[in-house]
Design a protein around this ligand. Structure first.
Ligand code: NAD
Length: 298
């Protein structure tokens, strides 16, 4: 089994790395936050004190970082990680970043003889913990076949979206839609509750009716409706609103390049910016509920 270096042990990376350990892979882990590394080391991983140390003996490198600048900062340029990774290795870059940024990293990896896939994920922290993520993969089909057993240890659905960067394009399209149906769900929940409905009853009616969607199914934004949803834990854990705003910005950039009209995505971005402005950027993205009712009660 290959030795895997895992870089970025945040909300998503930590549970993903845990699933690799559970599936018998040997993992060397690094994050800028030492506690995350220590925590995984307690579960059988080797702790590294730098990204360069993590990749030293690895033939597979996985990264799960916040945004394009972190990924480019890690891999590219003089002294960048691509210079430290052994040629012939496989890199699975799972962060959600700009397609152009992903293509830049692809190009630099290919020049060093390193096979790379952009492999952003969907499924949230619950999917990461359960090992049921969806991977949207951009890059060569033969590279994906090599990566498939490793991705299968962390996810259930593995899609080849197309060539370099295509995984990221699929991901921004998906997250634009996710933001739109989350905002629509929050708006309808607030309307129903303001008009006297029990939030749990309303949620169940809409879930089973034509308004049904993933937010109602798995991630209701109203506190107390779903015990394990971030809304019921003070909007903690999950997917930070500031990361959703980042993804909506990426969707707008992509639309700018092709001249597509994306009015729903544009409005969703504005609403998330308002949420960030009121200081809620670190909360889960379902906290968009707060724009429709100041203090949603469970
Ligand atoms: P996070 O902020 O919780 O985790 C990112 C981690 O990367 C942090 O622990 C940070 O310390 C670490 N990091 C940053 N720069 C680093 C560097 N140079 N070296 C080592 N570690 C570094 O974010 P997250 O929620 O885990 O999301 C990660 C990515 O996955 C993002 O691109 C996000 O858009 C995407 N995503 C998140 C979710 C979700 O539900 N949270 C779902 C799908 C996709």
């Amino acid at each position: 089994m290959p030795q895997i270096a895992f870089i970025g042990l945040g909300h998503m990376g930590l549970p993903m790395a845990r699933n690799l350990l559970k599936n018998g892979y040997s993992v060397t882990a690094f994050d800028l936050v030492t506690e995350a590394v220590t925590s995984l080391a307690g579960e059988g991983a080797k702790a590294a004190t730098s990204a360069a140390e993590a990749v030293r003996d690895a033939s597979v490198v996985i990264s799960m970082l916040p945004a394009s600048r972190h990924v480019e900062g890690l891999y590219l340029g003089e002294g960048g990680l691509l210079e430290k990774i052994t040629p012939g290795s496989l890199v699975l870059e799972c962060s959600t970043i700009a397609p152009d940024s992903a293509r830049k990293v692809h190009g630099a990896a290919a020049a060093r003889g390193i096979a790379l896939l952009d492999a952003p994920v969907s499924g949230g922290t619950a999917g990461a913990a359960a090992g049921t993520l969806t991977f949207m993969v951009g890059g060569k089909a033969e590279t994906l076949e090599k990566a498939r057993p490793i991705l299968a240890a962390m996810g259930k659905n593995i899609f080849h979206a197309g060539p370099d960067g295509a995984g990221q394009v699929a991901k921004v399209c998906n997250n634009q839609l996710l933001a739109v149906h989350m905002i629509g769900t929050a708006e309808s929940m607030a309307l129903g509750v303001a008009n006297g409905l029990d939030p749990a009853v309303l949620a169940e009616i809409m879930r089973q009716s034509s308004g049904g969607n993933w937010s109602l199914e798995k991630y209701n934004p109203w506190p107390g409706v779903m015990e394990n949803a971030p809304a019921s834990k003070g909007y903690s854990g999950g997917f930070m609103a500031e990361l959703m705003a980042k993804d909506l910005g990426l969707a707008q950039e992509a639309a700018q390049v092709t001249g597509n009209s994306t009015p729903m995505g544009a409005l969703a971005l504005q609403l998330y910016r308002m949420l960030l402005k009121q200081g809620d950027g670190k909360l889960d993205f379902s906290a968009v509920q707060k724009l429709f009712v100041e203090k949603p009660q469970g």
